[in-house]
Design a protein around this ligand. Structure first.
Ligand SMILES: Nc1nc2c(ncn2[C@@H]2O[C@H](COP(=O)(O)OP(=O)(O)O)[C@@H](O)[C@H]2O)c(=O)[nH]1
Ligand SMILES: Nc1ncnc2c1ncn2[C@@H]1O[C@H](COP(=O)(O)OP(=O)(O)O)[C@@H](O)[C@H]1O
Length: 322
């Protein structure tokens, strides 16, 4: 699929960016042309020639004592140069063993379901929004809710906002893979979105609360569950207060719920700390977990079918969060 190929390319681009290294060059070295690499020198010269903003955006900083500290020299991770294979030897190999197979040696990875959970205000949305920019190969499910739209939220992007009646109709018609009552409002995963993405071979990301994560783990045992937490309770509450989306009474409920939710870390496959001011590091960690999980041999063995039995009706639905 074209968009998946593009997505992988984007992910590789992000990887390349991450591999940019920090290098220090003095102004004299620059004048002499002795920088660490041509691209690095060009970057600084660009700054010296009066385009400071562009280079700042690329990560250039100036230091009065050390000269110029530059992020921009790409690490050289080229494979060692190999001599071309001798065509005569290749012919002899094929003559002896028959034509060589050009099919990929690794079996393709089956699409996975990734569950992201964690307390309110920890930064799940922030992490997922950044992940969306970097990983066009993933499908981010838009869940449905009966809660009113907040300022700035967009229908079909943040949630599908539906009435309680409509939501209950979907429950009756078994249109939801999972649903729960979270903070007094219905939240549910439209089954069709998950089924369609998996059928197209695309990995699926679900952002759901802890009770939803437990239900999905029961329905799809080989899903990858990731609990996002904060540096500390204090940091978490500050983040929630700064977000200014809840009045005090609702805020207190969220903090109490967060305490209870944190005890469920043990039921998750991974826990990732979204450290204050380090959103990108958290996103990179989540992305790395997904990549590592997809490389697991058990997920690539075509005879293994552990998991996607999500046509079963969810058990224990409709529990009310405290
Ligand atoms: N079980 C379940 N939880 C969901 C679903 N969609 C969203 N949630 C969770 O509901 C919780 C509350 O969401 P929201 O009202 O947006 O509050 P926020 O987390 O404070 O921004 C979050 O933890 C979401 O992850 C869903 O379909 N099922
Ligand atoms: N690593 C971080 N450092 C500082 N603030 C953050 C970080 N991650 C998220 N935030 C901020 O915390 C607040 C809550 O994040 P949000 O994504 O809405 O949480 P959740 O979706 O888990 O309820 C937002 O104002 C967001 O910008």
């Amino acid at each position: 699929m074209a968009h998946r190929t593009l997505g992988r390319a984007a992910a590789r681009g992000a990887q390349t960016l991450r591999s940019l290294r920090r290098t220090t060059v003095s102004p004299t070295e620059l004048a002499d042309g002795h920088g660490p690499s041509t691209s690095c020198r060009n970057l600084v010269q660009c700054s010296v020639l009066g385009k400071p903003r562009e280079t700042w955006r690329l990560g250039t900083t100036t230091s009065p004592t050390k000269g110029y500290s530059v992020v921009g020299a790409e690490q050289q991770h080229k494979a060692p140069t190999q001599p071309l294979p001798d065509p005569e030897v290749m012919k002899l190999v094929e003559a002896a063993l028959g034509p060589l197979d050009t099919k990929p040696l690794a079996p393709p990875s089956r699409p996975v379901v990734i569950v992201i959970s964690g307390p309110s205000g920890v930064g799940k949305d922030a992490v997922l929004n950044r992940l969306k920019e970097q990983r066009e190969d993933l499908y981010f499910v838009v869940t449905a809710t009966s809660r009113p739209k907040r300022a700035g939220e967009v229908e079909g992007r943040d949630y599908f906002f539906v009435s309680k009646d409509k939501f209950e109709g979907w429950i009756a018609d078994n249109m939801l893979l999972e649903y729960a009552v979270v903070y007094g409002e219905y939240k549910g995963i439209p089954r069709q979105q998950v089924d369609a993405a998996l059928a197209a071979g695309t990995d699926v990301v679900l952002r759901i609360d802890v009770q939803g994560a437990a239900t999905v783990k029961r329905l799809i045992p080989d899903c990858i569950s990731i609990f996002v937490t904060a540096d500390s309770e204090d940091v978490l509450v500050k983040r929630l207060v700064a977000r200014k989306t809840e009045p005090l009474d609702k805020l207190l409920v969220r903090v109490k719920t967060a305490r209870a939710e944190n005890d469920h870390i043990k039921n998750f496959d991974y826990v990732v700390v979204n450290r204050d001011g380090e959103l990108d590091a958290c996103v990179a960690e989540v992305s790395g977990i997904i990549e590592a999980e997809k490389a697991r041999v058990v997920r690539r063995h075509s005879s293994h079918h552990g998991g996607h039995n999500h046509h079963h009706k969810a058990q224990g639905q409709g529990q009310v969060a405290p």
